[in-house]
Design a protein around this ligand. Sequence first.
Ligand SMILES: [Zn+2]
Length: 240
Amino acid sequence: MSCHYSDISAENRPSFLPRRPITWKSCSARARKKLEGFYACGYLYAKSADLFLERLASYPSPDRQHIWNKQRETKTAGMFDEYSGAPSHWFGSYVGKNFRFVRKTFKRVIRRFEKGYDFAGKSRPIRFECLSENWGGCRSTLLANASIYGTVRVCPRTLRKPLNEGAMVILHELLHQRLDIGDQRDRACHRGSDARCYREGARKLVQAGKLSKALRNNDNYVYFARGIYLAQRLPWTATR
Ligand SMILES: [Zn+2]
């Protein structure tokens, strides 16, 4: 389900891909290939959200609100309908400034995917570093880490993930650092000793009415973007 290799194959390749704005540290050829796939699909998710929001912005305000608030529940909808592409499902009911913030955040992360990270006005390609099994966090549950600006460090277990899951990890990490969002903590998200709003925590924030946290939580963007991608499956070759 979601992101297929056919979407990033040579003939469907989004036009940014040939630029390959990636530098590598300690990654094998196999790891690079895997990460390039994750990167491309993470980009498709973000780009889907960006195009959707751009179209929404062109509508008169009442129409925009109507579409934003329309829930696209599926038959299997449980407490965590993780495939929803409804903006209100991930960010709550329409509020003009929230809409603008979400739109701006996707624009900024798209730019990062396309051009790299901004270093005093100059773009530097993203750097992927492949960590070893023995690296601190990789020994427990860590998938990846973006604590160094411009670098995404990846644990070996992430490289074993399917394309769609790897794409979510990469999009999550690119949303870190200087985009005014992060992994929010909230009582509603409590699981074991961790209160960070990962995965289903994204939806829990909305259900608990913590909308300003939802607006600033990475995974709310990641799940929304994947939902929109799944809902639309845009014809990439026709967009340029
Ligand atoms: Zn994070």
